[in-house]
Design a binder for this molecule. Sequence first.
Ligand code: DC
Length: 218
Amino acid sequence: MLRVAIDGPGGAGKSTIAKFVADKYGLDYVDTGAMYRAVALNAIRNNIDQADEPAISSMLENTVIDFNGTSILLNGEDVSGLIRTQEVSMAASNVSKLGPVRTLVSRLSGDMAKTKDLVMDGRDIGTNVITDAEVKIFLTASPEVRAKRRYDQLIEAGKEADYDTILEEIEQRDYQDTHRELNPLKQADDAVLLDTSYMTIEEVVSSISQIIDDKVRG
Ligand code: DC
């Protein structure tokens, strides 16, 4: 089997890199962050307090999440275009602290990894979801570089952006994701650390390819 687990903080480029690697090796791609984001969107839509575990838990009874390789479906609706806002990013980090939410998304992700070769990205893939993944990568970049990349993306898309606010939100989400009790963001002991602060996308994909090729060749 070839299962590539890519973990790291928000904005490190995990999904961009994961998609390139999946394409190159003909593997499926699963974005676990998108599933937490879909749960968060559902909580926002239903005005549910993101820290109210019982309320979120009962919401989950009527929530069907599916990731089909490209789109994220919330109760059958394609919400891929709605989950990339700053509001949903923070809400996803909030709801991802809760046990019932982690159990649901971990189960869905774990089931996908049982039967297929894939690239999966998130925060706890190498430490929790696929602990025996053939390849584990911890992808990171400094908060300042991640904030600058996000700022540039927004400006390029013709949107308003404030660098200091973006940096503050990145640091807040890093703190939450690394300090929560359940499956916090942490580099697995057997993961390869890649700091992409001063690397191009091509360089990162090529480094990961080298690691995969070494692994496949044994
Ligand atoms: O990767 P992302 O930015 O789309 O993830 C959104 C949030 O979801 C992130 O701040 C924390 C949570 N998350 C998680 O707890 N575990 C994962 N495997 C993936 C995401």
